[in-house]
Design a protein around this ligand. Structure first.
Ligand code: UDP
Ligand code: GLC
Ligand code: MN
Length: 342
């Protein structure tokens, strides 16, 4: 027993590596006393590798494992998630007694070292299927034996979602019923999309959130966010809005403040790869609130420039095509709710 404990994340691409950098900085900013470890795949560039090394205590190369299960992944509309099987390698970090795994698209909003008081496997409910845990944040105990069992389990049973979450839920299959102490509060893995599906709860509890999870296809690093206008510019193809603008702004602020200088240095300054977000970095005022979840209406919500009839809006909403950053923004929905509740 080494007595050592660590936060662990994973990045197989430069995009996720940037997410990992922000996560690492967020944990440091909130004064964690634990080690920070990132598992990196072979496609992460040296520039990102160097920046990661200045944030993390340990940058550990990892073999990419892929479920290759395109059929099940298609059900989630996320063909890219087969590589999340790689996450299972986090059980090999046996120099640590206990670890907290966090997806590279998560960000700590406060000190969360108390998670190390929990036991394997502790996790928060998945917003889409709350009898499953979401595998974006979980407490575990590294063990060669568990690692081997997990890999055997994958080979024999596959994963019902094609990614690690399906396997982990089938493997730790008593999570839902056996021991409530293994249920982390949702506030430790607040999916920024779930905010919109239960807005009153977010209004009531949101300010206590400890970790935000940018779950879903679009990630903070896929955007260029202009805080002046409160709008996303150059939206990525297949854009599905849903990331809460306040959290997105918090992510970008930390990225601009703590990560960009490291990337510039790692890159020998000047010409950071053309086409990268850095070239079009958002202009973020210094006094911006960073990570505190605001239950107040965000001041930057912008109206949709194209007028739409309320019937058309209703149809779009029902078809899941919300304009989260315009008409259906948090501020507008909240105003409506308030008027009903009065
Ligand atoms: N991941 C990665 N490369 C990929 C896809 C995923 O390194 O191409 C890692 C990364 O740590 C990421 C996690 O696997 O946060 C889970 O994937 P993602 O967060 O995209 O899934 P979601 O939470 O959106 O379902
Ligand atoms: C989930 C989790 C993510 C996991 C993925 C694949 O939505 O948020 O952490 O890697 O599904 O199973
Ligand atoms: Mn994630």
């Amino acid at each position: 027993m080494s007595g050592e404990e660590a936060f662990v994340t994973l990045a197989t691409t430069d995009g996720y590596a940037k997410g990992a950098m922000v996560l690492g900085c967020s944990l440091r900013e909130h004064g964690t006393t634990r080690k920070l470890v990132v598992l990196v795949g072979p496609h992460v560039t040296e520039t990102c590798g160097q920046a990661l090394r200045s944030i993390f205590d340990e940058v550990s190369p990892v073999d990419v494992l892929d479920s290759g299960d395109s059929a099940r992944l298609a059900l989630m509309q996320r063909p890219d998630l087969g590589v999340t099987f790689t996450k299972l390698h986090c059980w090999t970090l046996t120099r640590y007694d206990k670890c907290v795994f966090m997806d590279a698209d998560t960000m700590a909003l406060s000190n969360i070292d108390e998670l190390f008081e929990r036991e394997e496997l502790s996790a928060a409910p998945d917003p889409g299927w709350p009898d499953c845990f979401n595998s974006g944040v979980f407490v575990y105990r590294p063990s060669v034996e568990t690692h081997e069992k997990l890999l055997t389990f994958c080979t024999e049973n596959g994963s019902f979602d094609g990614g690690d979450q399906g396997v982990l839920n089938s493997f730790f299959n008593t999570w839902a019923t056996a021991d409530i102490s293994k249920h982390l509060p949702f506030l430790y893995n607040l999916s920024s999309i779930a905010i919109y599906s239960y807005l009153p709860a977010f209004k009531h509890y949101g300010r206590d959130a400890k970790v935000v999870h940018f779950l879903g296809k679009n990630k903070p690093w896929s955007y260029n966010y202009d805080t002046q206008s409160g709008k996303m510019v150059d939206l990525p193809e297949g854009h599905q809005p849903g990331l809460h603008p306040d959290y997105l702004r918090g992510w970008w602020r930390l990225y601009a403040k703590s990560v960009m200088p490291l990337l510039r240095r790692a890159n020998g300054d000047e010409d950071f790869p053309s086409g990268s977000v850095e070239e079009r970095s958002p202009d973020i005022p210094e006094d911006e609130t960073t990570s505190s979840p605001s239950a107040d209406p965000p001041s930057h919500a912008s109206p949709n420039p194209r007028p739409m009839s309320s019937e058309e809006r209703k149809q779009r909403w029902e078809a899941g095509q919300m304009d989260y950053l315009g008409d259906d923004s948090f501020a507008n929905i909240e105003r409506k709710l308030d008027s009903f509740l009065k």
